[in-house]
Design a protein around this ligand. Structure first.
Ligand code: PEP
Length: 252
C-alpha cells in the first residue's frame, strides 16, 4: 500500500516549445529546495525525454505525461502508448483531465481502460475528476464526482487503487482565476476519501494522495494545502512560470 504523500504536480498542457520546456525544467531544478514534497512535471509528449535528462538526478522530481492511449500498441495513428511513456523515464500520467473529457469525448469507461494500461506499463495514474458549474450551482457536485470516481475506479482492486493519485478539479475553477474556497475543496476531498474508505477500506483511503486543481496560485496555495484532506495540487497556468511553481511548492 502506498504512503500518503504531499504532491505538487504541474500540468503544462499544450504550451511551450521544446527549448522553452527544457529551460523551464532547468529553472525548476536550479531552485528547487529539498523537501518531502513530491514534485511532478506534466510535460507535452515531445518534451518528456529531454526533460527527463534534466531532472534525473533530483530525488523528489518526477515526470508525467498528460494522456496515453488505452491499447498496448497497433494501428492508432498519432497516438502514444503507456509503455512508450515509461521507456523515456516518465513515471506518472494525468488521465481524465476535464479538457480530455470535454474536447476529446473521454468518459469514465475509457478513462478506466487508460488507467489499467498505464498501471500495466508501471505508470502511476493521476486520475482527475470534477463537476461543471451548473452541477455546483444545483448542489449536485458530490453526485457528479461520486459517479466519476465510482465508474472510473471501483472496478479496480484495493491494491491497484492504492497506487493511484486522485486530483479533484472543479471545472469552473480550471484556468478561470476562480478558485474553490479551502472549505469547498476540503468538503469534496473528504467526500472522495469517504467513498474510497467505503469501497477499499481505511488503509487505502488514508494512504491516498488527493490533490486539488483549479487556479492554484502562490497566493492561495498555502490555505488550500493546509486543509486536512488536501494533499497538494495539480497546477496548470501557474506551473508555466518557475517562480510561481516554486512558490506553490514552498507553500506545501
Ligand atoms: C489544470 O489544468 O489541471 C489546472 C488546474 O489549470 P489551472 O491551474 O490553470 O486552473
Amino acid at each position: 500500500m502506498s504512503r500518503r504523500r504531499n504532491i505538487v504536480a504541474g500540468n503544462w498542457k499544450m504550451n511551450k516549445d521544446y527549448e522553452e520546456g527544457r529551460s523551464l525544467a532547468r529553472d525548476i531544478v536550479a531552485k528547487l529546495q529539498p523537501s518531502d514534497t513530491l514534485v511532478i512535471l506534466g510535460a507535452p509528449y515531445i518534451h518528456l525525454k529531454g526533460v527527463s535528462h534534466i531532472i534525473s538526478d533530483i530525488n523528489n522530481l518526477h515526470l508525467s505525461a498528460q494522456n496515453c492511449h488505452q491499447e498496448e500498441g497497433g494501428a492508432y495513428t498519432g497516438e502514444i502508448t503507456a509503455e512508450m511513456l515509461s521507456s523515456v523515464g516518465c513515471e506518472y500520467v494525468i488521465l481524465g483531465h476535464s479538457e480530455r473529457r470535454e474536447y476529446f469525448g473521454e468518459d469514465d469507461t475509457l478513462i478506466a481502460a487508460k488507467i489499467k494500461r498505464a498501471q500495466a506499463a508501471g505508470l502511476t495514474p493521476i486520475f482527475c475528476c470534477g463537476e461543471k458549474l451548473p452541477s455546483r450551482e444545483a448542489g449536485e457536485q458530490e453526485a457528479v464526482v461520486g459517479q466519476q470516481v465510482k465508474e472510473a475506479l471501483f472496478g479496480f482492486s484495493a491494491e491497484e487503487v492504492s497506487k493511484m493519485v486522485i486530483a479533484y478539479e472543479p471545472v469552473w475553477a480550471i484556468g478561470t482565476g476562480v478558485t474553490a474556497s479551502p472549505a469547498q475543496a476540503q468538503e469534496m476531498h473528504a467526500y472522495i476519501r469517504g467513498l474510497l474508505r467505503e469501497q477499499f477500506g481505511e488503509e487505502v483511503a488514508d494512504g491516498m494522495s488527493i490533490l486539488y486543481g483549479g487556479s492554484v496560485k502562490p497566493a492561495n496555495a498555502e490555505e488550500l494545502f493546509s486543509q486536512a484532506d488536501v494533499d497538494g495540487g495539480l497546477v496548470g497556468g501557474a506551473s508555466l512560470k518557475a517562480e510561481d511553481f516554486l512558490a506553490i511548492i514552498a507553500s506545501m
